[in-house]
Design a protein around this ligand. Structure first.
Ligand code: ADP
Ligand code: MG
Length: 424
């Protein structure tokens, strides 16, 4: 029986599932005991919590071996690198960032996938997030949309899975990724399939709005990685189609959006079924106070890595223009802007009030601009319809209150949305 010891100093000792599909990895319990018993509260603000691990089979979660090149980086070099890539870190014993894919010590079959994808270097969140995640510690990773967060947690997840005993019949997943929407879950699954294929890791996506049969069959066959939206997952748990007893690596992706969408009770319910010494990782583009509060309840002694400004709200790729005009000039200015930018792309106009939305929509329509409006006084059915007309381009202009600030399910590169903030 091959035993994996993360502190052996030999990066080639990642277990390769392709050549050895037997038991391995979970024996180095001293590592997880040590990291678990020294686990502290969030930022030292609360007294240390003791984890009740009675009756739980030990598992390995620290796989990080610093490469000699990374180890040789001086403190000044590390600082310089972080400054250059706008990396801010918090936590105890933060590992140094890595410069290249080679330095992280991923197994060859993962590196081959990276090369195949044509990636040149780790993104900032990957450069700092990978060593953190591979150390088996809890983690909060904040970086703007499109910055490569998915692989920042998926590649360490693959290493994690490959070091665990293989699934027995009836076992649930080892890695659970929670995501707020079906679209996002599917995107994550595509990355998981691409980068996990070479180590024969199976995954499935569990989300609502489609028949359960195929999802149930996948779960029953046994999958190492489950990517799920909370509601359908709870459904599957309650009907005993899967269980979370084997989960040792938990990811909450777009944690901010999940909270925004009111998923907190579901998340709480799901997390309560997962062993307490799991590794938990949060990923988000923004980090509002409420997210921090939720994080405190489910994380132990986490690292935190933020790329760019911590209160970053907007994607840096979005150019922002501010025009200050008097109340009476606003409508004319808006029409001028529309004349300049109407090119078939969608235009979203945010308004302060529902009344403002209705007024400006009426006015624009009278002046021949194809405009519809969504706000809180409209029924869900009408909002859905308006949104579909907007998405399809039949009504390329939409006015909205902040009901539309989140969860439109549209990605800016596809739709080139322009936002104008107006209060009429
Ligand atoms: P986020 O979750 O931060 O919004 P994604 O993980 O969806 O971003 O990544 C956005 C895109 O960048 C994806 O197409 C992904 O394959 C690609 N990507 C990830 N890592 C790298 C990298 N190191 N170099 C180049 N592209 C990358
Ligand atoms: Mg993402």
């Amino acid at each position: 029986m091959s035993r994996y010891d993360s502190r052996s100093g030999d990066p080639t000792s990642y277990r390769d599932r392709r050549s050895d599909s037997g038991f391995g990895g979970a024996s180095a319990y001293d590592g997880s005991v040590r990291s678990s018993s020294s686990r502290r509260d969030y930022d030292g603000a609360e007294p240390p919590r003791k984890l009740d691990l009675d009756g739980l089979t030990p598992f390995e979660k620290n796989f990080y071996i610093e490469s000699p090149l990374v180890a040789a980086m001086s403190d000044a070099e590390v600082e310089d690198y972080r400054r250059r890539r706008e990396i801010t870190v918090e936590g105890r014993d933060v590992p140094k960032p890595v410069n290249s894919f080679r330095d992280i010590g991923f197994p060859d079959y993962v590196l081959q996938e990276i090369t195949k994808a044509g990636f040149v270097e780790p993104t900032a969140i990957q450069a700092q997030g990978w060593p953190m995640a591979l150390k088996g510690r809890d983690l909060i990773g904040i970086a703007e949309t499109g910055s490569g967060k998915t692989l920042a947690y998926l590649l360490p997840a693959i290493v994690h899975v490959n070091a665990q005993p293989i699934l027995a019949p009836g076992d649930g997943p080892i890695v659970l990724v929670l995501a707020p929407t079906r679209e996002l879950a599917v995107q994550i699954q595509q990355e998981a399939a691409k980068f996990g294929a070479s180590s024969r890791i199976k995954n499935t996506c569990i989300y609502g709005g489609v028949p359960k049969g195929p999802q149930v069959r996948d779960l029953q066959k046994g999958v190492e990685i489950v990517i799920a939206t909370p509601g359908r997952l709870i459904d599957m748990l309650e009907s005993n189609h899967t269980n979370l007893r084997r989960v040792t690596y938990l990811v909450l992706d777009e944690a901010d959006r999940m909270l925004d969408m009111g998923f907190e009770p579901q998340i709480r319910k799901i997390v309560s079924q997962i062993r307490p010494d799991r590794q938990t990782l949060y990923w988000s583009a923004t980090w509002p106070k409420e997210v921090e509060q939720l994080a405190r309840q489910f994380l132990y002694n986490p690292y935190k890595v933020v790329i760019g400004s911590a209160d970053l709200k907007a994607n840096h790729a979005i150019r922002q223009h501010v025009n200050i005009v008097s109340e009476s000039q606003k409508y004319n200015k808006l029409v001028k802007l529309l004349e300049d930018i109407m090119d078939g792309s969608r235009i979203l106009i945010f308004m302060d009030t529902k009344k403002g939305c209705d007024q400006i929509t009426r006015q624009l329509r009278m002046d021949g601009w194809p405009t519809l409006s969504i706000h809180g006084d409209k029924s869900q059915a009408e909002r859905d319809w308006v949104l579909s007309e907007f998405k399809a381009g039949k009504s390329p202009i939409m006015t909205a209150t902040d009901v539309a600030a989140r969860g439109l399910g549209m990605h800016i590169p596809l739709f080139s949305i322009l936002c104008l903030c107006c209060s009429f």
